[in-house]
Design a protein around this ligand. Sequence first.
Ligand code: ATR
Length: 307
Amino acid sequence: MNETTTLSGPPIYGHTQVVGVIGWPIEHSVSPPMHNAAFQALGLDWCYVPFAVRPEELKEAIAGITALGLRGINATVPHKQALLPLMDELTTAARTIGAVNTVLVQGKRLIGHNTDAQGFLRALRETGFDPEGCKAIVLGAGGAARAIVYALASVGSQVTILNRTPERAKQLAAEFSQVNPKASLQGGPLTPGALAQARGAQLIVNTTPVGMWPNTQESPWPREVSFPQGVLLFDLIYNPRETRLMRQARGAGARAVDGLRMLVHQGAEAFELWTGQSPPVEVMYQACLAVLGGNGKNGKNGGNGGR
Ligand code: ATR
């Protein structure tokens, strides 16, 4: 250490409360700077630590949460699904989505939450879009789509899931049809014909990794189909910050939002669950931007939520 070195980050004492994130790998996660910036902004004696946990050691790591006195944990790839049977209790969202991204410690009990769906809805509302009962198209039917479809179903939307493998889309629609009787869900193929019929939609959500760095010239939306005007496009990808699909949307006069706001809001939900404090969302957003830069080189899912 030389004289010009400055130390940054939250001061850690014997009484500091510890939370963190488990993943494998974990070094690209933006969650530690995002949460630590939030703790500092509110003057909370908390810190957030990254833990590289091998899949075969997940059980031991989870047992360590209460043994070490951690207050909570976020989980990212590849642990979100594997956490389900290791929890003492699951929220309806976590059970239905089939993934835990936030663990809340209550005494010695581990409560498995999923804040991706609420994070998505908060990010949508922040743009001024009211998702209640909206007509939406979801591109993709994989793991990331589950939180989105759950969120949209829970607010009574009419959701059409379009996927390269249409059976997966139909299966997801059938599986989530019980979430809310006011919602209507259907699945179909991700084809130019199906997209061309999507004119009446108010919201289009891309949950596929198509267009994500390094394949930034790709788009799930075929060139020959014009993008509908007046729709809100939500691309879960945040690297690059503007995907080819977002450019197609903006070129057609539609609004486009990237996945960083969802990443921040799922983190904000976790922050609130752990601390009981109102999260400083803008501080968290700026901390992510500082790490990612304008077009950071992190791949998909640097933290939780978003891609
Ligand atoms: P994740 O958990 O990150 O969502 P996933 O479960 O593998 O990942 O799902 C990826 C989704 O993107 C799937 O819907 C996948 O379509 P298939 O079900 O047909 O595999 C979709 N996807 C991936 N690559 C794609 C591509 N090149 N074109 C269209 N859809 C693609």
